[in-house]
Write a protein that binds this ligand. Structure first.
Ligand code: ADP
Ligand code: AMP
Length: 217
């Protein structure tokens, strides 16, 4: 199963990915997570990406495309398939992905777009907290850890707010990506791959809609 999970920042891609990977043996590839890890490790990629991610801008296509291209060649992806989360984010990335997959003799089975109103996104991002150990995402009000200050996934106790979730960065990210996402949705709609799912229901309800799509693949 090869799928793309798309949505504006805060739509619930990371949250739904956690559910999907519990039920499907697919390789979760989140470009945002890869950049954050590289920044933490201070690798050359991280040093290059930091100025973009910190300001809520997109990392240039050449860097992002090269990274995904290499990741898709790996054996786990060949064996289990991929779930790309947060990629593509420009039409140029979408086209590069099509070319890469063609050269790997692979293809996309479905594109799932989680649709959420921008005003709701702002509220979600401003309350988002991340587990400093495993990266699981929570919301202070809508989706708190089951046990206070303890990650459901790994049991760690340190949570942080992402630099780009600070209020002054959030509106910029949403506005920027709202523009760049439209032609990508049109591109996949034209290819007959696009499934729109409302992301404004509870996490479980959104997941059921995603499961409906996945069950037909
Ligand atoms: P993305 O990966 O698309 O940027 P996340 O999955 O990190 O988004 O979700 C953004 C924030 O919204 C998190 O704080 C998450 O707990 C919360 N969230 C996700 N899905 C829902 C939902 N259906 N209802 C309410 N809050 C949600
Ligand atoms: P995310 O965790 O998906 O919200 O991504 C965090 C940040 O990483 C984004 O704001 C961008 O700076 C960068 N990023 C993630 N995915 C991409 C992408 N496909 N293209 C360019 N930049 C990206």
């Amino acid at each position: 199963m090869n799928i793309l999970l798309m949505g504006l920042p805060g739509a619930g891609k990371g949250t739904q990915s956690e559910q999907i990977t519990q039920d499907y043996p697919v390789v979760h590839i989140a470009t945002g997570d890869i950049f954050r890890q590289a920044i933490k490790d201070e690798t050359p990629l991280g040093l290059e990406a930091k100025s973009y991610t910190d300001n809520g801008n997109l990392v240039p296509d050449e860097i992002t495309n090269g990274l995904v291209k290499e990741r898709l060649k790996q054996d786990d992806v060949k064996e289990y398939g991929f779930m790309l989360d947060g990629y593509p984010r420009t039409l140029q990335q979408a086209r590069a992905l099509s070319d890469n997959l063609e050269s790997l003799d692979s293809s996309i089975d479905a594109v799932i777009y989680i649709d959420v109103d921008p005003e709701v996104l702002k509220e979600r991002l401003s309350g988002r907290i991340i587990c400093g150990s495993c990266g699981a995402s929570y919301h202070k009000i809508y989706n708190p850890p089951k046990v206070e200050n303890t990650c459901d996934s790994c049991g760690a106790h340190d949570f942080y707010q992402r630099e780009d979730d600070k209020p002054e960065k959030v509106a910029h990210r949403i506005n920027l990506q709202m523009e760049s996402i439209q032609p990508i949705l049109a591109y996949y709609e034209e290819l007959g791959l696009l499934h729109r799912v409302s992301g404004e229901n509870s996490i479980d309800q959104v997941y059921s809609k995603i499961q409906e799509v996945l069950s037909k693949l």
